[in-house]
Design a protein around this ligand. Structure first.
Ligand code: G3P
Length: 216
């Protein structure tokens, strides 16, 4: 499963990239607002750090407007992935952009039928929001299960990008289901390293090593 960082914070992205485990980045208008940075500038800088797909979202709601914004964004770098909402205009834009060889991430997916539409529109990625699904009294991971089943039934190549990840359990379940990608805030990704027994084990080994008086 590929790991994308769901952030527009360049320092966090650099730290994650240094682990060698970062496969891409997703941003959205809220994350750009949180960064306080100029959108195009921050996307350019992220693309300089990460060679994998970097999602940049259009804000126009109509097809022509989305195409205009996509033209600007995809010129920033070859790894820019245009993020469009799961609407008729969004999917029309998706179809046009993917036909031109541009990667597209169809976002704000909340049902398996919507994911089916995204695949039929040739999306590179579909982003089901599991955390927001949970917030509304559903099990977001059931949605991932359904999308995996449907995509496998028809051998769709659209990658399932599990988004709105809020906990390590979301990551674990996404991996068990066989999602292609998960995107999570940096703190969630760094939290995956943690286990109390790992820390305790290191502590014990170092204490015993000290007793040997040796060095490597
Ligand atoms: O980038 C889209 C998604 O991951 C947002 O997550 O936590 O705002 O629901 P969240």
């Amino acid at each position: 499963m590929k790991f994308f960082a769901d952030t527009a914070d360049l320092d966090d992205i650099k730290d994650l990239a240094a682990t060698g485990l970062l496969d891409g980045v997703t941003t959205n208008p809220s994350l750009v607002a949180k960064s306080g940075r100029d959108f195009k500038e921050v996307v350019r800088e992220i693309c300089g750090v990460v060679s994998g797909p970097v999602s940049a979202e259009v804000v126009a709601l109509d097809h022509d407007g989305m195409m205009r914004e996509a033209e600007v964004l995809r010129k920033i770098a070859d790894n820019v992935t245009i993020k469009v909402p799961l609407t008729p205009d969004g999917l029309k834009t998706c179809k046009k952009l993917t036909a031109d060889g541009t990667m597209v991430n169809v976002t704000l997916c909340f049902s398996a039928n919507q994911a089916l539409l995204a695949a039929k529109a040739g999306a590179t990625f579909v982003s089901p929001f599991v955390g927001r699904h949970d917030d509304n009294g559903f099990d977001g991971m059931d949605l991932i299960d359904d999308i995996r089943l449907i995509y496998d039934n028809y051998a769709f190549e659209t990658q399932i990008l599990v988004a709105s990840v809020r906990s390590p359990i979301h990551v674990l379940r996404a991996a068990k289901i066989g999602a292609d990608v998960m995107t999570a805030p940096p703190a969630i990704i760094m939290g995956l390293f943690k286990h109390v027994l790992t820390d305790k084990g290191i502590e014990g080994f170092l204490a015993d090593w000290k007793k040997t008086g040796q060095s490597i």
